[in-house]
Ligand binder design. Structure first.
Ligand code: ADP
Ligand code: MG
Length: 291
């Protein structure tokens, strides 16, 4: 493509709400074979709601929620916000939290009203040696419905299986089929549970699923996908910045965090994934000199 056609393409993209921050991204994008997408906040709204709380024998649902919500009030994770919102809606009293710690990619723990409370993924319970009993099956079943299963333990005993559900953005299904129409392999990368990730991928017709990836593992997961050909990655979060920088073309959702936007080659003005399809389309037209 000539410098003029690149300029024209960049301008046309901007009119459609797609900002190419570098000319080579416009040239490179149409060479991509795989497009990998972050799940939370990219394919989904990133604003989950609490859907389930099943207490273990001997534990009271509202009391577990009260302690867990007090703990989650210290965390900034979207899952934490869903849990605290639910407790506020139920009018549950607050609790005193000390010795809080956040275990990135696993969950959170603290002393709440004098009790040791742990909330997070099943891998956190395993790491802490908590026997999940029959609640393991309860959580797995919720995962297969596309909800994210979590577990709470109080003083070393399993207290509840909890689930949150994060709605898929309205334009996501359409965008995925359009990307398939362009001949791309579509992959999803997430720190979320395997069962949850596979349920959502099946619903959306996503080809490749990489789940239960720890934040520092996203880059390695992309390097693996890159063996299939040139790779575009779409993300929104702070933890997506290294992946956005690693991909051949990093695409950030404009409604995402500043850190992600800084690290990207392409920025989508809208929060919907239709912009990804437009970006591919403009790249192809520019390189083939189609007007
Ligand atoms: P993602 O951005 O893909 O959701 P994260 O690394 O942020 O990945 O989280 C991975 C998993 O760790 C979550 O699905 C959840 O199971 C657990 N987790 C992380 N933070 C919390 C939290 N504050 N409360 C409960 N679980 C959490
Ligand atoms: Mg995200």
């Amino acid at each position: 493509a000539t410098p003029t056609s690149i300029m024209v393409g960049t301008g046309r993209a901007a009119e459609m709400g797609v900002l190419f921050r570098k000319g080579d991204a416009l040239q490179m994008l149409q060479e991509a074979k795989v497009v990998a997408l972050d799940k939370t906040g990219t394919l989904t709204q990133g604003r989950p709601e609490l859907t389930d709380l099943v207490a273990a024998g001997g534990f009271d649902e509202d009391e577990v929620l009260r302690l867990v919500a007090a703990l989650e009030a210290q965390s900034e994770h979207p899952i934490a916000e869903a849990i605290t919102r639910a407790a506020v809606q139920k009018g549950l009293k607050s609790a005193e939290v000390t010795a809080f710690s956040s275990l990135t990619g696993y969950g959170v723990e603290a002393t709440v009203d004098g009790q040791q409370v742990i909330v997070g993924a099943d891998r956190l319970m395993k790491r802490e040696g908590i026997d999940m009993g029959t609640l393991a099956q309860t959580g797995n079943a919720l995962g297969l419905k596309g909800r994210t299963p979590l577990y709470a333990a109080i003083d070393g005993k399993i207290a509840a299986a909890i689930a949150v559900s994060d709605p898929i953005k309205p334009a996501t299904p359409r965008a995925i089929s359009a990307l398939h129409g362009l001949g791309l392999n579509v992959a999803m990368i997430t720190g979320d549970n395997q069962g949850t990730a596979h349920a959502i991928a099946t619903e959306l017709g996503i080809d490749i699923v990489v789940a239960e990836v720890l934040p520092e593992g996203k880059v390695a997961a992309l390097e693996e996908l890159r063996k299939r050909g040139k790779l575009a990655f779409v993300g929104d979060g702070i933890n997506d910045a290294p992946a956005l920088a690693t991909a051949d073309v990093g695409i950030a959702i404009g409604t995402g965090t500043d850190v992600a936007i800084e690290a990207a080659d392409v920025v989508l003005m809208s929060g919907e994934l239709t912009g990804v399809v437009n970006a591919f389309d403009i790249s192809t037209r520019t390189m083939r000199n189609i007007r």
